[in-house]
Design a protein around this ligand. Structure first.
Ligand SMILES: Cc1cc2nc3c(=O)[nH]c(=O)nc-3n(C[C@H](O)[C@H](O)[C@H](O)COP(=O)(O)OP(=O)(O)OC[C@H]3O[C@@H](n4cnc5c(N)ncnc54)[C@H](O)[C@@H]3O)c2cc1C
Length: 402
C-alpha cells in the first residue's frame, strides 16, 4: 500500500443527493508516461490537476474510489481564510511575521479560488459570506479585541462586536464576537467535479478506479505501481490523498481525529440575520452555515480519536448534542437532522497544512491540507505546486514545507 486506508466517512452527507455530472474517466489497461501523476481525485487533486493541465503539463489523475468520493463529499464547506489558530496565538507558535504571512496567504488563496471558479463558469453553489467568530473558552472578550487589532494591523478587515452589538445585529447572547468578510460557502462535491471536468477539458486524463500501491522515486523519474497492473512513469508525482496519508510522509505534526455534522430541512424563514458563517472560539467548537435552499448545516463535537467503529457509534448522540448547541444560540431553529454524517478529520498543532516535496523522496509531493480550512489549503497547494512545476518559486512555500 502506498497510502493508509481508512473508512473516511459514514452516514449520509447532504451532498449525496443531486446527481452531478462527473469528469470523463478511462480504465487503465496499459503502462503510461506523463509529466505529473496526481493521486487522489478529491478537491486537492482536482484543483492541482486543473492548475497543472492549464499550465500545459501532461497530467494523469487516478483515484481508487472515483471522483470526489473521499472526504470532500463529507465536507461542510465553509470556505474561509480564517486559520483555525487565531492570529495572536499562531504568532506565539511560529512568530509574528510567519503568522501574518499565513493568514494573508489564506485570504489571497480564497480570492483566487473565487475568481478561478467563476472564470471556469460551472455552478457549485459558491456564495460569498461574512463570518462571525463568537467568544468562548479559547478567546474571551479581551482576547478577541486584541485578535481584531492584530488582524486589522495585518490588513485583514475585522470588526469587533461587544455583547450589545452581537445581540442587536445577530440575536445571539455572547460576550463578544469578531465579524470578518470575504468568506464563502460551496457544494464541495460539485466544486471538485467541476475542477476535474476543467482539468480533463485542458488535456488531463482521469483513470478510475485505479489504486497506487507502490511508489519508487528515482533520480529523474518516479514509478507508480497500480493494483490493476500497469505502471505509471512520471517526472513528478503528487499525493492528494487527503487523510489517507502516504506511508512515505513523516508521521509527526499531524493527527487524524473524528468529526460530526448534520443538515436540517429547509427553513428559510427561521434563519439568522445575514446568514453569516458562525463558529466559536471554543474547544470543542460548534460551527454552522446555511444552504441556498434554506437548510442549516452544523458540525463540530470533534473527538480526539480516529477509530471508525467508536466514531460511528457516537453519531446519534453527537448529532443530538450539535442540535442542542444550535438551539441554545437560536431557539427558533428546527434542528431535526435530515442528513447526519461523521468522518475522519486531520488536524495540526498550528492549524496550517503540510504541502511540499516529501523529505528524501525526490519529485514526490504531498498535500496534507489538514485543519478546518482544508479547501482553502487545497487551493494554496495547487498554487505552490503549479509555481514549482513551471519553474518559479512560490514566496510562501517555506511556510507549509515538510
Ligand atoms: C465532516 C467534515 C467537515 C469538514 N468541513 C470543512 C469545512 O467546513 N471547510 C473546509 O475547508 N474543510 C472542511 N473539511 C475538510 C475538507 O473536507 C478536506 O480538507 C478536503 O475534503 C480534503 O480533500 P482531499 O482532496 O485532500 O481528500 P479526499 O477528498 O479524501 O480525496 C483523496 C482521494 O485520494 C484517494 N486515494 C487515497 N489513496 C489512494 C491510492 N493509494 N491510490 C489511489 N487513490 C487514492 C481517495 O480514494 C480519495 O478519493 C471537512 C471535513 C469533514 C470530514
Amino acid at each position: 500500500m502506498a497510502t493508509r486506508k481508512r473508512d473516511l466517512r459514514t452516514g449520509t452527507p447532504i451532498w449525496s443527493v443531486p446527481a452531478v455530472r462527473g469528469p470523463r474517466h478511462d480504465r487503465l489497461h496499459r503502462d503510461l508516461r506523463v509529466d505529473v501523476l496526481v493521486v487522489g481525485a478529491g478537491i486537492s487533486g482536482a484543483l492541482t490537476a486543473e492548475a497543472l493541465a492549464d499550465a500545459g503539463l501532461q497530467v494523469a489523475i487516478v483515484d481508487r474510489r472515483g471522483a470526489a468520493k473521499g472526504s470532500t463529499a463529507a465536507s461542510t464547506a465553509l470556505v474561509q481564510y480564517e486559520v483555525d489558530e487565531p492570529l495572536t496565538l499562531l504568532a506565539k507558535k511560529i512568530g509574528s511575521d510567519k503568522a501574518i504571512r499565513a493568514w494573508r496567504r489564506s485570504a489571497l488563496a480564497l480570492g483566487n479560488l473565487r475568481a478561478r471558479t467563476r472564470e471556469l463558469g460551472f455552478d457549485c453553489g459558491l456564495e460569498d459570506r461574512s463570518s462571525l467568530y463568537l467568544s468562548g473558552d479559547r478567546l474571551g472578550r479581551e482576547a478577541l479585541r486584541l485578535e481584531a487589532e492584530a488582524r486589522r494591523a495585518a490588513g485583514l478587515e475585522t470588526v469587533f462586536l461587544n455583547r450589545r452589538a452581537v445581540l442587536d445585529r445577530f440575536t445571539i447572547r455572547r460576550e463578544a464576537a469578531l465579524l470578518s468578510f470575504g468568506n464563502m460557502v460551496a457544494d464541495p462535491r460539485r466544486m471538485a467535479l467541476g475542477y476535474l471536468r476543467a482539468a480533463t477539458a485542458a488535456g488531463a486524463t482521469f483513470f478510475a478506479s485505479v489504486e497506487i500501491t507502490k511508489v519508487e522515486a528515482r533520480a529523474r523519474l518516479v514509478l507508480a505501481q497500480t493494483a490493476q497492473g500497469p505502471v505509471i512513469r512520471c517526472r513528478s508525482l503528487v499525493f492528494a490523498t487527503g487523510y489517507e496519508i502516504p506511508h512515505l510522509v513523516p508521521a509527526s505534526g499531524h493527527k487524524i481525529i473524528s468529526t460530526f455534522a448534520l443538515a436540517t430541512k429547509p427553513q428559510t424563514r427561521r434563519l439568522w440575520p445575514e446568514r453569516c458563517l458562525i463558529w466559536e472560539a471554543s474547544d470543542p467548537y460548534l460551527y454552522m452555515r446555511t444552504t441556498a435552499d434554506g437548510r442549516v448545516i452544523a458540525g463540530g463535537e470533534d473527538e480526539e480519536f480516529a477509530d471508525e467503529a467508536r466514531r460511528d457509534a457516537l453519531l446519534p448522540a453527537k448529532i443530538a448534542k450539535i442540535g442542542r448547541g444550535m438551539n441554545r444560540l437560536f431557539p427558533e431553529l428546527d434542528m431535526q437532522a435530515a442528513f447526519a454524517w461523521t468522518g475522519s478529520f486531520g488536524t495540526t498543532a498550528t492549524g496550517l497544512p503540510s504541502i511540499g516535496e516529501i523529505p528524501g523522496q525526490r519529485n514526490c509531493w504531498a498535500i496534507l491540507g489538514f485543519g478546518g480550512n482544508g479547501i482553502t489549503y487545497s487551493r494554496i497547494a495547487s498554487e505552490i505546486i503549479r509555481a514549482h512545476f513551471t519553474g518559479r518559486a512560490d514566496p510562501d512555500a517555506d511556510l507549509y514545507a515538510f
